[in-house]
Design a protein around this ligand. Structure first.
Ligand SMILES: Cc1cc2nc3c(=O)[nH]c(=O)nc-3n(C[C@H](O)[C@H](O)[C@H](O)COP(=O)(O)O)c2cc1C
Length: 237
């Protein structure tokens, strides 16, 4: 665990930006406690204060809960379980081949996550079952999908990234937790069909939103970060 994050109680609402930054993490088991639609709306309004080049505000968001979410999950789980069903992402979130330091960082967090659940390195079935939990939003009562118009360019993707983090930090202040989920991109056709997302919009990622189930072992995961000297160079006197 990062020393800096050690003193933030998991379930506490963040009161400062620092608290929010340090207590935001990907939670992968939620309570069924509902999140009021008005609160989600408020968090989205706060997130929309994120900057964007030319103030074009390129983010588009779909929120699912209740029956719409149940129906979507049913279809997603069936599609993802169908080995012949394929599921091709609309864009490459990751490169096809890895190199250092990214390869090690990625396998380290994967091993750590499965470790919390007691899933062994070679237990393909258990790993797959855990992956499938993505499509039920890890039990969260609300799910979000973030889109951007296909014709927009890389700058707009940066803008949506800022929106996403702003949303996740605002959620912390409300005592909520999140898990951003690129897993949905493999089955974007299903999401698209359920939510009437036009072809002109690309599904960037989904997100689970809810209250953390603090009793679940996977939520004990604390992801490490590289030290400053591995990603910063200060230039100057
Ligand atoms: C855009 C994006 C997509 C992600 N997609 C998934 C996902 O599909 N499933 C998942 O369990 N975690 C997903 N994650 C969570 C990352 O694994 C996580 O952010 C990383 O390991 C660092 O951990 P932390 O968020 O707890 O700090 C995603 C994160 C981001 C930013």
């Amino acid at each position: 665990m990062d020393d800096i994050a050690a003193d933030i109680p998991a379930a506490d609402a963040a009161r400062t930006v620092r608290d929010a930054l340090l207590s935001r993490r990907s939670v992968r088991a939620f309570l069924s406690t509902q999140v009021p639609q008005s609160l989600i709306g408020e968090l989205l309004s706060l997130a929309a204060r994120a900057p964007s080049g030319g103030n074009i505000q390129p983010w588009k968001v779909h929120v699912v809960f209740g029956r719409a979410k149940t129906e979507l999950e049913k279809d997603l789980l069936a599609t993802a379980a169908d080995k012949n069903g394929g599921g091709r992402p609309e864009y490459d979130y990751y490169p096809r081949q890895w190199w250092e330091p990214y390869a090690s960082r990625r396998s380290e967090i994967g091993l750590a996550l499965y470790g919390t659940l007691g899933i062994g390195k070679r237990d393909v079935a258990a790993r797959r079952a855990q992956h499938m939990r993505n499509f039920a939003f890890f039990g969260a009562p609300a799910g979000l999908f973030f889109c951007v118009e296909r014709a927009l360019t890389a700058g707009s993707w940066l803008d949506v990234g800022m929106f996403l983090q702003s949303f996740m930090l605002a959620a912390r202040e409300a005592g909520l937790h999140t898990c951003p989920q690129a897993a949905f991109t493999s089955h974007h056709e299903v999401v698209r069909r359920h939510l009437a997302i036009p072809d002109g919009d690309i599904l960037l990622c989904g997100m689970a939103l809810g209250y953390e189930d603090t009793t679940r072992p996977e939520n004990a995961l604390r992801s490490p970060r590289a030290p400053l000297d591995q990603f910063v160079r200060f230039h100057g006197d």
